[in-house]
Design a protein around this ligand. Structure first.
Ligand SMILES: *[C@@H]1O[C@H](CO)[C@@H](O)[C@H](O)[C@H]1NC(C)=O
Ligand SMILES: *[C@@H]1O[C@H](CO)[C@@H](O)[C@H](O)[C@H]1NC(C)=O
Ligand SMILES: *[C@@H]1O[C@H](CO)[C@@H](O)[C@H](O)[C@H]1NC(C)=O
Ligand SMILES: *[C@@H]1O[C@H](CO)[C@@H](O)[C@H](O)[C@H]1NC(C)=O
Ligand SMILES: *[C@@H]1O[C@H](CO)[C@@H](O)[C@H](O)[C@H]1NC(C)=O
Ligand SMILES: *[C@@H]1O[C@H](CO)[C@@H](O)[C@H](O)[C@H]1NC(C)=O
Ligand SMILES: *[C@@H]1O[C@H](CO)[C@@H](O)[C@H](O)[C@H]1NC(C)=O
Length: 633
């Protein structure tokens, strides 16, 4: 206690000193600088050049050396010659490769499949041949090598993430050996090969497959009626020795004794008549159904307007339908041509399964989506305005506002990655934060476990072992981070002095980055209205109390009680017991925690003008626990 006093006084005096300073210095030191030079990425262009060195008609257009190569799309471009596939494996950002409909020759080097980001490859309709061998690929989901001259397939089980496989129209002699182990496969086309093998024994579980075609092969198969019903007769046409069972001709006629020529003739006539009758009935029935369907469709159209699925022209966002072609602007990836339809696809049509539990967000529903380009994002459907943007219906002004919002970059602010304006609907794209929010971290995770069971092992590094809720330095780092983020917001647009007021700073709005660095999200208000920076400071004070005391659910009464305890210099009694479990920090940690309570006390001062500014708070917090050497701030 005695030793506490001088430190208290020191901190308090530095705070009161700061209170008399007018804060004008902009905190640009920690603003991200994105205009770095990009020598690191230059090799990509060189790799592409090398790979296509011997390919004829390759369009050698200038590539921006500053962007990693993510897509190589050259469908039907008259490409000829031999591609050096193995070179492409060094394109660490390559996601999709489309070389369909060309005349490329040679084989595909197995090392190619090691390209670490590869998700989709279409090499259909070329003259590629030989054995198709695979090195492991953890991500490849779609592979189309239809219409080539491959003779065998080796190591397909190494494509553990494969969902779509089209090997049709080659001259492959045997069913790929590892096929049953591809448990994620949904579409499988092996038609028009020369495959020997056993159906369904050599196949993945048919239950999980949506599309299958094994026609025109040499399988020994047992095909039951359900399977025929599911995949269609044509999927098994001439698939092997069982094909007779399912051929279009229907059940084979029972063997009949030899018949005379006349009888044969009569029989043919009979069959023809039957066929004609059946055909006309079918045609008439089809016409009737068509007409009926049209009428129903017309009526439906009259009733509720045009109804189309998201694969077509409109997307349902919540209950509102908007044009699927509305562009999605991803600010740092201007070449990523996404539309609302892509968002709909990635969120199963804004379905419940990809909706995130709403955690204190004031904006509308939020969805998780992994977009092309490997963008792991949260899509927020916004109702009303965001930070004063989009109050009117001027789309251009709204877009400009979003762009400005996206320019707000700070390590402790959740960055806006992009947006989509579709009529009155506004969607915002934010980075997805795997570690969740502060509330969950502080109150819902079992002590000591961190979230080790929930994140995969490879994302955990040794450093995180001591970043549990019991670790005081981690909590202090969070408090300081939140203070920095809020100070940055209060400074306003690029230091314009027009503060951005958060208005709803609660633990569920503080998300945690991989390194547990806090990121403030869901800030919505411009200065003005009833929200003020001072109110944010109060909310921050409560958050500090929560982080030090480890107690959830704060209201005015609890704040008043905690302030009483702190005023009576009994702060150390209400410090989170979990922090005391950890002995490493010892008494220093306890002292710092008690000093942070003082900050919480000052920030929750009943009269707004007595509260410090966030800039001042940052200074005090830094004094309380100076950054360890080598930790830049
Ligand atoms: C970012 O870095 C570049 C050089 O790498 C420099 O010219 C530029 O001024 C920096 N921008 C900011 C905002 O610091
Ligand atoms: C990139 O920056 C480094 C140092 O920051 C510098 O040495 C190099 O010349 C720069 N390269 C280009 C292409 O600007
Ligand atoms: C491909 O070659 C054919 C004939 O050589 C030519 O007519 C066609 O325009 C070419 N296509 C492209 C995309 O270059
Ligand atoms: C590609 O990477 C391999 C090893 O990772 C290396 O040996 C090879 O030289 C690289 N090729 C190019 C073109 O950078
Ligand atoms: C594979 O490519 C061929 C020819 O380009 C195309 O007809 C087929 O639909 C593709 N398969 C899949 C599964 O997309
Ligand atoms: C198809 O061939 C396999 C093996 O040769 C045999 O066991 C099976 O009975 C045959 N099926 C039919 C319908 O002939
Ligand atoms: C299967 O492939 C054959 C040959 O390409 C085709 O005629 C048939 O329509 C396909 N069946 C299905 C169900 O896709």
């Amino acid at each position: 206690m005695a030793s506490l006093m001088p430190r208290h006084q020191q901190v308090l005096s530095s705070l009161s000193l700061l209170l008399h300073l007018i804060v004008a210095a902009p905190a640009t030191s920690s603003v991200y600088n994105h205009s770095s030079n990009c020598t690191r990425l230059l090799p990509d262009a060189e790799i592409v050049r090398k790979a296509f060195l011997h390919v004829g008609s390759f369009p050698l257009r200038r590539r921006s050396a500053c962007h990693p190569v993510r897509r190589l799309r050259f469908p039907s471009k008259n490409l000829t010659g031999v591609l050096r596939w193995e070179e492409l494996a060094n394109l660490s950002s390559l996601l999709t490769l489309d070389l369909s409909g060309n005349s490329l020759q040679g084989d595909v080097h197995s090392a190619f499949w090691r390209a670490p980001s590869l998700r989709a490859v279409d090499a259909s309709g070329n003259r590629l041949g030989g054995a198709l061998r695979f090195d492991p690929s953890a991500r490849l989901a779609t592979l189309n090598v239809s219409g080539n001259r491959f003779t065998s397939v080796d190591g397909v089980e190494r494509l553990v993430a494969l969902e779509i496989l089209d090997l049709s129209g080659n001259i492959i002699g045997a069913v790929p050996e590892g096929l049953p182990r591809l448990t994620r496969i949904r579409r499988l086309d092996l038609s028009r090969n020369m495959m020997a093998g056993v159906f369904p024994d050599d196949f993945p579980p048919l239950d999980d497959i949506d599309f299958l075609n094994i026609s025109h092969n040499s399988f020994s198969c047992t095909v039951d009626a359900d399977t025929v019903l599911k995949f269609g007769r044509s999927a098994f046409f001439q698939a092997g020795n069982a094909s007779l069972l399912v051929e279009e001709s229907g059940p084979t006629p029972a063997p009949t004794p030899p018949t005379s020529g006349r009888e044969k003739h009569r029989r043919v006539v009979l069959v023809v008549v039957v066929v004609i009758v059946v055909c006309s009935v079918v045609v008439v029935a089809a016409l009737v159904i068509l007409v009926l369907a049209r009428c129903v469709a017309c009526r439906k159209k009259d009733k509720d307007g045009k109804k189309l699925s998201w694969a077509e022209e409109e997307v349902e966002v919540g209950a509102v339908k908007v044009a699927a072609t509305a562009p999605v602007v991803v600010l740092e990836r201007p070449l990523l041509n996404l539309t609302l339809a892509d968002l709909a696809t990635a969120t199963s049509g804004f379905g419940r399964e990809s909706q995130l539990a709403d955690v204190g967000g004031r904006s509308g529903a939020a969805y998780r989506a992994v977009l092309p380009g490997d963008l792991d994002v949260v899509v927020r459907v916004v109702e009303g305005s965001v930070a004063g943007i989009g109050e009117d219906d001027d789309a251009a002004a709204t877009a400009a506002g979003f762009r400005e919002l996206a320019r707000l970059r700070h390590p402790n602010i959740l960055p806006l990655l992009g947006y989509c304006i579709a009529g009155k609907e506004k969607l915002l794209l934010y980075e997805y934060m795997e570690k969740g929010d502060l509330h969950r971290w502080l109150h819902e995770l079992p002590v000591g476990s961190m979230d080790a069971q929930e994140t995969s092992i490879d994302t955990l590094d040794a450093r995180e072992d001591n970043q549990s809720v019991c670790d005081w330095p981690t909590r202090h780092r969070m408090i300081l981070g939140i203070a920095r983020g809020l100070a940055f917001l209060h400074q306003g647009w690029a230091g314009s002095g027009r503060p951005i007021v958060h208005g709803h700073l609660v633990p569920t709005n503080v998300l945690l980055g991989d390194d547990l660095e806090p990121r403030i999200s869901d800030f919505m208000h411009h200065g003005g209205g009833s929200e003020t920076p001072e109110k944010d400071v109060y909310s921050f004070g409560v958050l500090v109390l929560e982080l030090v005391m480890g107690q959830a659910k704060w209201d005015e009464a609890t704040v008043g009680w905690a302030r009483g305890v702190i005023r009576n210099k009994k702060g150390e009694n209400i410090v989170d017991a979990r922090l005391k479990e950890e002995d490493a920090g010892g008494s220093a940690a306890e002292r710092e925690a008690a000093e942070c309570l003082q900050v919480g006390f000052l920030c929750t001062a009943p009269s707004p003008h007595k509260r410090p500014t966030m800039q001042q708070v940052v200074g005090v917090l830094k004094d309380i626990r100076p950054a360890p050497a080598g930790y830049s701030s």
